[in-house]
Structures are given as structure tokens and as C-alpha cells.
Design a protein around this ligand. Structure first.
Ligand code: 5RP
Length: 238
């Protein structure tokens, strides 16, 4: 393990521990997906071992479901509890308004469903995820029904996107919902995040995008020395 990944893991572990302090007795929790969320799940399991009781947790992916089960976190689903108290998840990019780019792990659709079901959403990350403008380091993932792959790709290109079909282990990556992901970059830029999101969601066959706009109430940002809390900046963009 390199020194950089050690430092990142320490930061992620600290934010994971800080985030679970927001979980109160009898809450219904949404569980995010990814390496930062994994640290949060471990910290939650520890609090449960120490006596915290939660009503249940809804996982945002099969991977998180399996991990939570192994850690002894009581699971439930949105059919039983369509409203949750709190969702905690990582992100790939976070802008000053706390708009998020998510989906590098491919779980964006369920993540957005669980996040939307929750009254509060806390995003957790190490400081490498802070950006001035979204889609600057990571492509925008767009989950698409496979039947619509080619026409959806053409529409995305029409919006100025350079599109790559996500692959995994030399084959087409399929989400938990058995859909494909088209990763989009915008070499000529774009005007407005909200507008871009609406235009992409209007494409028939698109299930969701990885843009989570104005959803997070606060960000907990980890550094090797501690955790900083960020609230959305006043100026609202997108
Ligand atoms: C998965 C996600 C993750 O939250 C995002 O990729 C961050 O992951 P990590 O904490 O491993 O950097 O959106 O779909």
C-alpha cells in the first residue's frame, strides 16, 4: 500500500466514524456504496455492537447489502419503510454548493433512490473529492436500459458528450439493475448543471444520471488529522 492510499484510508476511516455520530437510537438509515461508505458501515457495526439500536438500514447496492449482512447491521427495504431518517454516502466529486457527482462504483440509481427516500443526506469523503466544478475529474455516469444503448448514445453526443460504454473485466459493465453505464465527458464544456441533467433525463431509455444536485445537507471531509464539516455555499448553481 502506498503512503497516499494509507493517508486516504485514514481520512476515510475518520469521516466514517464522524458520520455515524449522526445516527440516533431507532433511526432508519440509508447505507451508501463505495470505499468511504465501507468505513462508515464498519463504524456503524461497531456502534451497534456497543449497544446502539437502529430500526433498520436500507443498502444502496448488492455489495453494500452483503457487507452490511456480514457486519451484523439489521437490514430492511423501502417497501417496508419508504421514508428514512438519514442517508450517508460517499461521492466522486463535491462542489462548493454540495452538488455531487456519483456513480464511479456504478450504484448511482439505487443510491439516488435511497438518498431521495431519506429526510437528510450527509456526504462523506476525503479532501481529494472537493472540486470547483463537477465533471472535471470524473466522467458523468448515465445509466441506460441496454435496449436504448445506441440511440441514447447518439442523443448524448448531440448534447456535446464524448461517450464511453463502461467496461469491467473486458466485458460490458452491468449495474445491479442489469443496465449499462455510458460515461460522459464534455470536452467543450456545458452551461448549466441543472439544465444538462434535465436534458439527459429527457432521453428515452435513460434511467438516471450521477448528478445529485442540492441533495446533501452537509459534507464531512476527512484529512489524516481530522474531519472538517462543510455546509452548502450560499450561491446556488445548477
Ligand atoms: C458508487 C458511488 C460512490 O459513492 C463513489 O464512487 C465514491 O466511492 P469511494 O468512496 O470509493 O471513493 O457513487 O456508485
Amino acid at each position: 500500500m502506498t503512503q497516499q492510499s494509507n493517508t486516504q484510508d485514514l481520512s476515510k476511516s475518520l469521516v466514517g466514524q464522524a458520520a455515524v455520530q449522526y445516527i440516533e437510537e431507532n433511526m432508519l438509515i440509508g447505507l451508501g456504496t463505495g470505499s468511504t461508505a465501507t468505513f462508515m458501515l464498519q463504524a456503524l457495526a461497531q456502534r451497534i455492537e456497543q449497544g446502539l439500536h437502529i430500526k433498520g438500514a436500507v443498502p444502496s447496492s448488492q455489495t453494500t447489502h452483503d457487507l452490511a449482512q456480514r457486519l451484523g447491521i439489521p437490514l430492511t427495504d423501502l417497501a417496508t419503510y419508504p421514508e428514512l431518517d438519514l442517508y450517508i454516502d460517499g461521492a466522486d466529486e463535491i462542489d462548493p454548493q454540495l452538488n455531487l457527482l456519483k456513480g464511479a462504483g456504478g450504484a448511482l440509481v439505487r443510491e439516488k433512490i435511497v438518498a431521495t427516500a431519506a429526510h437528510r443526506f450527509i456526504v462523506i469523503a476525503d479532501s481529494s473529492k472537493l472540486v470547483e466544478r463537477l465533471i472535471s475529474r470524473f466522467p458523468l455516469p448515465v445509466e441506460v436500459i441496454p435496449f436504448a444503448s445506441t440511440p441514447a448514445r447518439k442523443h448524448l453526443e448531440h448534447l456535446g458528450a464524448s461517450v464511453t460504454l463502461r467496461q469491467h473485466a473486458n466485458t460490458t459493465f452491468l449495474t445491479d439493475n442489469h443496465n449499462i453505464i455510458l460515461d460522459c465527458t464534455f470536452p467543450h464544456g456545458f452551461d448549466d448543471l441543472k439544465d444538462l441533467n434535465v436534458q439527459i433525463k429527457n432521453i428515452v431509455g435513460v434511467v438516471e444520471t450521477g448528478l445529485f444536485l442540492h441533495m446533501a445537507e452537509r459534507a464531512l471531509i476527512g484529512n489524516p488529522t481530522g474531519v472538517q464539516q462543510i455546509l452548502p455555499a450560499d450561491t446556488h448553481q445548477g
